[in-house]
Structure formats: structure tokens, C-alpha cells
Design a protein around this ligand. Structure first.
Ligand code: SF4
Ligand code: F3S
Ligand code: FES
Length: 260
């Protein structure tokens, strides 16, 4: 990871000197971050930072560098730093991504890199939004196994490979909200459950061990449910886990109409 932040006035030779010391190629990148401090700002404002980064650095590394070396008040969420916890979804150059999975060298570094909070959820501070509306929709679809019977004493609930494959894709969700906060219906309609909630309903609706699929389908057949989806595919493009989100929503729509 990078170890020093380059001053805006630093010369190319200074950067090259650092490169010579480490033996790893470094380059200077401008980040323009949408900052918002609710205690002093009436509106968010864009602030730029020039950062020396290495070819192995991700956007999260650059954010750490700014926070640790320039402005400790820069606020963002992150935990695992390896694409598992789902806490650092943000808009990077206008696209929802995980900062910890986005290599800076894969972006166009000849131009500034714009970083802002995900859309459609209340902005709290800098890159942090209030996730409660997102998790409220998630809770509404009952994202847990509901079984009417108990397995035989000492036995597991048996499931075939084919039955498991039916919902394998949607088990991969990490609840990052990249899909829901990229959905234009969710932006304009505060009532829509959003794609992530439907993905997590799908995970149980098609699980052969679960007995509450019809309850979830009833919930999603509501005016706030699957019929609000306009098949714009933003959610599928945004998902860092490669889940076929729009396909899962289509399967839930089919199940509402024709049963599972
Ligand atoms: Fe994130 Fe994908 Fe889950 Fe949506 S479906 S919350 S984008 S992991
Ligand atoms: Fe929204 Fe995805 Fe449907 S972006 S409109 S939930 S296909
Ligand atoms: Fe956990 Fe990025 S920090 S997914």
C-alpha cells in the first residue's frame, strides 16, 4: 500500500524518486470527493486531493491515505477490505462499486476520479448514508429459513444438488446496496422494496427446505413489490458479486404469476 501523500506541488521527479526507492511503479492521481459535514455544510461540496498511488492500490487505499495523512475527518465505511462485508459501496466515476475491489489502475487515471456516496438513501456524512431504509426492506421479506417441520432427530435437512443450485446465485449477496442504490425506480419511489430485498427473498422462496415461499410472494406482489421493477438492469451491472439480479427478480415475478 502507498505510504506517503504527494503534495499538490510535488514534482514528477519527487514521485519518481519514491518509485526508485520502492521499486514499484507509482503515479499521481487526483481524487475529487463529495464531502458533506451536516454540522457545518448546507450542501455537499466537491474537494480534490492529489494522491500518490501504486499499481496494486485500490480506491479504498487512496481513501485511507487521505484520511490518515491529510484530513482525518473524511468519513466512510469499510471493514473487511476484501469484498466480503459489503460496507464500502460508493459511486466511483458515476458507477456503484466497492472501493476495496476497485483497482485505481483500472480506472482512467488521466482524469480525476470522482467519489461520492451511493444515491437514494439519506446522506449522513461524506460517503456514509443511512442504511436503515435498505435494511427495513430486507427485513420485510423475512430473510431467514421458515420450516413447518423439524428434521429427524440428529439428521440434517437433506437437499439435492439440483435443489441447491436453484438459489445458489442469490446466496452470494453481501447486502452492500450497490444494486438498490443504482435503481432509478428506488431513487424516485421511496416505497419500492428494491432489488436487494427481492434477491434475498429469492434465496428463500426457491429453497426446498423453506415453507414460507408463498408468504414472501404475497409480500412482493404488493404495490411496493416486484411489479415496480422496470427491468433497467442497473442492478445487475452494479452487483460486485456478479449476481444476476434482474434474472432473480424475473423469476420471482414468474413465481408470483405461476407458482414456484
Ligand atoms: Fe450488493 Fe449484489 Fe447483494 Fe445487491 S445483490 S446488495 S449489489 S451483493
Ligand atoms: Fe431497478 Fe434492477 Fe428493476 S435497476 S428497475 S430493480 S432491473
Ligand atoms: Fe468489506 Fe469492501 S470493505 S466489502
Amino acid at each position: 500500500m502507498s505510504t506517503a501523500l504527494v503534495d499538490r506541488d510535488a514534482s514528477v521527479s519527487e514521485v519518481e524518486e519514491t518509485t526508485a526507492e520502492t521499486g514499484i511503479q507509482s503515479f499521481l492521481v487526483t481524487f475529487i470527493i463529495r464531502r458533506f459535514n451536516p454540522e457545518v455544510d448546507e450542501e455537499p461540496r466537491w474537494v480534490d486531493y492529489d494522491v500518490e498511488v501504486y499499481s496494486t492500490d485500490r480506491v479504498l487505499d487512496a481513501l485511507h491515505k487521505i484520511k490518515w495523512e491529510v484530513d482525518g475527518s473524511l468519513t466512510f465505511r469499510r471493514s473487511c477490505a476484501h469484498g466480503i462485508c459489503g460496507s464500502d459501496a460508493m459511486r466511483i466515476n458515476g458507477r456503484n462499486r466497492l472501493a476495496c475491489k476497485t483497482l485505481i489502475k483500472d480506472l482512467d487515471i488521466s482524469k480525476p476520479i470522482y467519489v461520492e456516496a451511493i444515491k437514494g438513501l439519506p446522506l449522513e456524512k461524506d460517503l456514509v448514508v443511512d442504511m436503515e431504509p435498505f435494511f427495513a426492506a430486507y427485513r420485510d421479506v423475512k430473510p431467514f429459513l421458515i420450516a413447518d417441520s423439524k428434521p429427524e432427530a440428529g439428521k440434517e435437512r437433506i437437499q439435492s444438488v439440483v435443489e441447491r443450485e436453484r438459489f445458489d446465485d442469490t446466496t452470494k449477496c453481501i447486502l452492500c446496496a450497490a444494486c438498490t442504490s443504482s435503481c432509478p425506480v428506488f431513487w424516485t419511489d421511496g416505497q419500492y422494496f428494491g432489488p436487494a430485498a427481492i434477491v434475498n427473498a429469492h434465496r428463500f422462496i426457491f429453497d426446498s427446505r423453506d415453507d414460507a415461499g408463498d408468504v414472501r410472494l404475497d409480500i412482493l406482489n404488493d404495490k411496493e413489490g416486484v411489479w415496480r421493477c422496470r427491468t433497467t438492469f442497473n442492478c445487475t451491472e452494479a452487483c460486485p458479486r456478479g449476481i444476476e439480479v434482474t434474472k432473480a427478480i424475473a423469476e420471482v415475478k414468474q413465481a408470483v404469476l405461476r407458482g414456484r
